[in-house]
Write a protein that binds this ligand. Sequence first.
Ligand SMILES: C[S@@+](CC[C@H](N)C(=O)[O-])C[C@H]1O[C@@H](n2cnc3c(N)ncnc32)[C@H](O)[C@@H]1O
Length: 337
Amino acid sequence: MESSGQSLQGRAFGVICGFWSSQTMLAAARLGVADHLVDGPRTAEELAGVMGAHAPSLGRLLKALVTLEALTAEGGRYGLTDFGRGLASGTPGSFRSMILGVMSDDHRRAWAELSHSVRTGETAFDHVHGVPVFEYYGKRPEASADFNAAMTSLSAVVEAALREAFDFSAFRKIIDVGGGNGGLLAAALVSAPRASGVLFDTPAGLAGAEELLKARGVAGRCERVAGDFFESVPAGGDLYVLKWILHDWDDRRAAVILRNCREAAGKGARILVIESVLPDGDAPSPGRLSDLNMMAMTGGRERSASEYRGLLEAAGFRDVRVRETGSPYGIVEAVAG
Ligand SMILES: C[S@@+](CC[C@H](N)C(=O)[O-])C[C@H]1O[C@@H](n2cnc3c(N)ncnc32)[C@H](O)[C@@H]1O
């Protein structure tokens, strides 16, 4: 007996056709539906006029968005729900960039070959596109900008939870390794007004950082350094932050990044690894799907607390502990030994 009381077929329909829901949201994000509704409700015909869309087809999309609880419908006019407001660009908590980045064609084509990864142990992205994902972004500024914006948007979800769970104000030099656009480092620097920051990433990863750091008022305290964390990591930090970095890599490569962090960090410096920490064994967790995302996209993996502990201790860190954050992500914290 299903605990939800749903039939097995109903449940299968919901899971399998989840794809239709995400495609519906993608179409709305690409068309800018929510951007045209932020100033108030409109009819399908009015919207079609301003968007240059086919009104009868747009009407059907709008009704589906009502079903997904992104829109309200009243007297023939469509308006945004709180959820739907996230589909607009630049609204607080907007997830439009997340949809455009995570559901981009390059991602979806890799996911379509997940079975190839499972059959062969190879990374679907590399199989489909012929190069690993970060090399691909290095050559395609537009795709890289979409990915960075998606990371920033996803990151916003956890920044508040992290600031609550961890006191950044005790540190004077915070180094964000693979920090991308710098959303997390900016949030940390706002919480630590006396600290300076180093945002370290590839040139493609740093492309949108200046704008974000300026907008958050921390550009004057934050140096941007381009490099390769498999070669070295900037020295002199008393806090090293790695958010969604180790999960991109297999154990051998993750160990190299951590050893380079250990070499760069003075004895007693702290490291924070922010990841979706998996439960041991077979227990269900949202991280299991993110683990498949890593399998398809990067060749990395999500890990359990004991796996992070093993990696960190082997790289020369001690006092490893794991904290929950009130978000789907955990903080694995350790001290350079
Ligand atoms: C999954 S993203 C996470 C970005 C950011 N930490 C966040 O949480 O939003 C991984 C980051 O690692 C960076 N990266 C990949 N390979 C790198 C390398 N060899 N050296 C430095 N950064 C790298 C990417 O450019 C990207 O910004």
